[in-house]
Design a protein around this ligand. Structure first.
Ligand SMILES: Nc1nc2c(c(=O)[nH]1)N[C@H]1C(S)=C(S)[C@@H](COP(=O)(O)OP(=O)(O)OC[C@H]3O[C@@H](n4cnc5c(=O)[nH]c(N)nc54)[C@H](O)[C@@H]3O)O[C@H]1N2
Ligand SMILES: Nc1nc2c(c(=O)[nH]1)N[C@H]1C(S)=C(S)[C@@H](COP(=O)(O)OP(=O)(O)OC[C@H]3O[C@@H](n4cnc5c(=O)[nH]c(N)nc54)[C@H](O)[C@@H]3O)O[C@H]1N2
Ligand SMILES: [Mo]
Length: 792
């Protein structure tokens, strides 16, 4: 026994309790670090990491999920595809049963199919974007491995950007020269606590979102920071359609705003600042480009519309004196404008972000302690954590030889319209003609908008391969399903660049069923196609863990920090970074000396007016921030027919669709369905009471949900969390409460082409009569390996 296996066993032996026979090993998930407690080879508990002051209750769902009857136990092939391959009836995806086959047979089918499609149609017909969160471990991160595998085999069509902050990613570089304030650091909490007097949180600071850190939280710190800020006397204002977006403990003032109208509210605040001379003209002159054109817009010179607070009141539902009063308050003190990522996940989602930067520029506090703008302090645990520039664990996907990708959320457009042209960030591109889709580590039947439309598009490719650990809605719509191990069934290393821990993840139990690691599946497939050496670089699991750790050690050395060697790290179970000595203030250097530290924009300044964007000529993203009514919102003419704005937010009781069948998630279902929150008046008008099953519907689809009557919600707004496993009874009714049958599948604008999930109008009606049985958490019909005889 060498390397990790030896160390693992030593560790296991050391922590074995003589009395109970329990062993415990360190592990990690996106919802936190933990110790896996194992007895007789079975996982029995997940105990929170000792250094986590506020562990997530989501850990309680893990044991039953690992042994869930929904696990994919063996490779399985859709019946129709097994019989007719690329000639199969593709509309039978989601209907057909499956036949279990041997690993050898399954791998050969996948290898042959990859080769056939590449030879017959070219690499540009293979879609391997594989968007999704996968697991927290960075070596066995399924999406990264999918890319590494497909790139090393010749390339694939990829996806650019993400669903989380895709509009910001493509807009912000034009405005501030970087999108680091969404991917990386913003002014940290220590600095806010020390200097900020007033935080305006557009989209609130929802503690539920603090359960999660991408890559895994060693320390859940969001609640702690909020409490410290309150104790330091920081005042909070939450601008959101729901009161629930801030915890009661921070005593936030709630300003209820109509969804997707924040830009209008911020414009009116800017207008108040301008006409009352409260703006910082010296800051705007020295650090910003193009304020004059924007000021003309505020004053209504080009369009005859003055962006006054009375103008905004009619759009936002917020009274004019509240808007102008708030403008005066932020100008009178050290204030931080922090904007949730959700605001840019609606149609024209570029605008609220551009406008928040502009408003902060007018206040002149950018780069000062506790002042300026930030994004996402309440969107994910770890945003604003004080943390030095230490590296996180990283696995490289390599380079895509095809060099081609679509904007992440244009998935259905691509499948439905091969050859069609579209615009994206100043360029015109065409959609490829996809024949084969490869997905591991994501759940498009969770994450994508307008799922009935995706269903139609999903029938287009000849072949779809999915790896997952569970029979998710996406796995149930694939032709070849390969069972992947979970985190607990392999060794890994994880951690987030927002968190101060790097964590060892020891294999706790043997693979469940015949599951294999994605890494091993791809190594084997690569071997069959003779690119294994490029895929694995000659390293196995142990070799990779050491290499990833070496990357950390090298990065730390550059910061003057020596880390223990790998074996010592593995045995300790984690590496803890020291707290930085100085606060991080976004754009501090630029503020101090804009000539020495210019921004990476054409002017070197904050671009309130962008000549580059002007050059694109997009009417859906003009050259300065502007109020552009979304395609669907409460002011649209369609609202006469569809009077409720549907907000689909992140679920408190799971990560996206992961562990939807776990007990934490199930306990929150209302009458077995995903909850829909509705204001008392809207509920009364429809005869709806708490706990009723209702139908939420619009022209795109309908789903059932369980009503929660919520007085802390604006009138004409309903809120549904995402994550309920898609369970359609045909296109007209989804039975379980997956709100993505209702959402709008258009790009935010031609600039970013990001998802517009948060711009959807619906109506709600009481469901009369018995509700249909659900199949969301059932396995598809599977002909077992033992029963299928020669077909296997
Ligand atoms: N309406 C609406 N829709 C939204 C959003 C919204 O706000 N509103 N939010 C969007 C956002 S921000 C995001 S990030 C997306 C999230 O969308 P996804 O990331 O697609 O959602 P997950 O449920 O996390 O999907 C991860 C999948 O990977 C699988 N998996 C986990 N570990 C492994 C592994 O080791 N190997 C393999 N092979 N599979 C594994 C899980 O079982 C699961 O099926 O949703 C988006 N969709
Ligand atoms: N528990 C849990 N936490 C998570 C996740 C999860 O699945 N579960 N997912 C993680 C991921 S991938 C991401 S990207 C982040 C997302 O982080 P966010 O995008 O910040 O999270 P959301 O819950 O989608 O939205 C936050 C709040 O914004 C409000 N909101 C929606 N539309 C508007 C609007 O137009 N104006 C205003 N003012 N407010 C609006 C909603 O009331 C909503 O509750 O969350 C992360 N955290
Ligand atoms: Mo996300």
């Amino acid at each position: 026994m060498t390397g990790i296996h030896r160390i693992m066993n030593e560790h296991t032996n050391e922590t074995k309790s003589a009395v109970s026979g329990e062993t415990r090993v360190p592990s990690l998930s996106h919802w936190g670090a933990f110790e896996a407690v194992v007895e007789n080879g079975r996982l029995i508990r997940c105990e929170p990491f000792r250094k986590d002051p506020a562990p997530s209750r989501l850990l309680n769902s893990m044991v039953e999920q690992v042994y869930s009857p929904l696990r994919v136990l063996r490779p399985a092939v859709r019946r129709g595809w097994l019989a007719q391959r690329e000639g199969s009836d593709r509309t039978a995806r989601g209907v057909d049963g499956y036949v279990e086959v041997s690993w050898d047979a399954a791998l050969q089918l996948v290898a042959d199919e990859l080769q056939r499609v590449r030879t017959q149609y070219g690499t540009e017909s293979l879609f391997g974007g594989s968007y999704g969160w996968s697991s927290a471990g960075r070596l066995h991160h399924a999406r990264t491995l999918t890319h590494r595998f497909l790139y090393s085999g010749g390339g694939c069509v990829d996806q650019q950007g993400n669903y989380s902050w895709g509009a910001a990613q493509f807009l912000l570089p034009h405005v501030i020269g970087t999108y680091a304030p969404v991917s990386g650091r913003v002014t940290d909490w220590n600095n806010i606590i020390g200097h900020t007097r007033l935080i305006i949180a557009f989209g609130g600071l929802a503690l539920k979102n603090g359960e999660i850190t991408s890559g895994g939280a060693g320390e859940h710190s969001m609640g702690k920071w909020l409490n410290e800020a309150v104790q330091a006397g920081v005042e909070f204002v939450s601008v959101s359609p729901t009161r629930a977006d801030t915890p009661d403990t921070i005593n936030a003032e709630w300003i209820g705003v109509r969804p997707n109208t924040d830009t209008a509210m911020m414009l009116a605040m800017a207008h108040t600042l301008l006409v009352e001379g409260l703006h910082d003209a010296a800051f705007l002159a020295r650090y910003c480009e193009g304020f004059d054109a924007f000021a003309d817009y505020l004053l209504g010179k080009p369009d005859g519309v003055v962006k006054s607070s009375r103008w905004a009141e009619a759009l936002t539902g917020v009274s004019h004196d509240v808007i102008s009063g708030l403008a005066r308050r932020v100008a009178a003190t050290r204030s931080m404008i922090t904007v949730a990522w959700s605001l840019q996940r609606g149609h024209h989602g570029e605008q609220p972000y551009w406008m928040a930067v502009t408003l902060a520029a007018m206040l002149g506090q950018i780069g000062l302690p506790g002042g300026g703008f930030a994004f996402g302090h309440g969107s994910m645990n770890g945003v604003g954590n004080p943390r030095g520039n230490f590296p996180g664990p990283e696995m490289s996907p390599g380079k895509n030889p095809l060099g081609r990708g679509i904007p992440v959320a244009r998935l259905t457009d691509m499948l439905l319209s091969p050859g069609a042209s579209y615009e994206f960030n100043g360029r015109t591109q065409t959609y490829p003609d996809i024949q084969m889709v490869y997905w591991a580590g994501g759940n498009p039947f969770h994450h994508h908008q307008d799922l009935n439309r995706l269903m139609r598009a999903w029938a287009k490719p000849q072949t779809i391969v999915v790896h997952d650990s569970w029979w998710t809605p996406t796995a149930r719509r694939a032709d070849i399903v390969l069972p992947a191990t979970t985190t607990l069934e392999r060794n890994d290393i994880g951690g987030s660049s927002r968190d101060r821990f790097v964590l060892a993840m020891h294999q706790a139990i043997p693979p469940v069923g015949f599951a294999r690691n994605d890494f091993d599946i791809y190594s084997e497939l690569a071997a069959r196609a003779e690119h294994e050496a490029v895929f694995s670089d000659g390293l196995d699991e142990q070799g990779w863990l050491r290499r990833i750790y070496q990357g950390i050690a090298t990065g730390c050395a550059k910061q003057g920090m020596t880390v223990p060697d790998f074996d010592a790290f593995w045995q300790t179970g984690h590496l803890e970074y020291p707290a930085p000595k100085e606060d991080f203030v976004l754009f501090e250097g630029f503020r101090r000396d804009p000539d020495a530290y210019p921004l990476n924009t054409p002017s070197g300044k904050i671009e309130i007016f962008s000549r580059t964007i002007a050059g694109f000529g997009y009417d859906d993203c003009p050259p300065h921030p502007a109020w552009l009514p979304p395609h669907e919102w409460l002011g649209a003419t369609e609202s006469a027919q569809w009077p409720l704005h549907l907000v689909t937010n992140q679920p408190a009781d799971k990560l996206h669709s992961q562990m939807d069948a776990g007990k934490v998630s199930l306990a929150d279902k209302v009458s077995g369905r995903a909850p829909v929150r509705i204001n008392p008046e809207d509920a009364a008008a429809r005869g709806i009471r708490n706990g009723d099953i209702v139908r939420v519907y619009n022209t795109r689809g309908a789903c059932l949900a369980g009503a929660i009557v919520d007085p802390g919600l604006m009138a004409n707004v309903v809120v549904m969390p995402t994550g309920a496993w898609f369970d359609p009874q045909g296109p007209s009714l989804e039975r379980h409460g997956n709100p993505n049958v209702l959402t709008l599948d258009i790009g935010t604008s031609r600039l970013a082409q990001a998802p517009s999930a948060l711009s959807a109008l619906v109506d709600v009606a009481l469901w009369a009569g018995p509700a249909p049985d659900m199949k969301a958490h059932q396995r598809p019909e599977i002909m077992s390996y033992d029963a299928c005889g020669e077909q296997c």
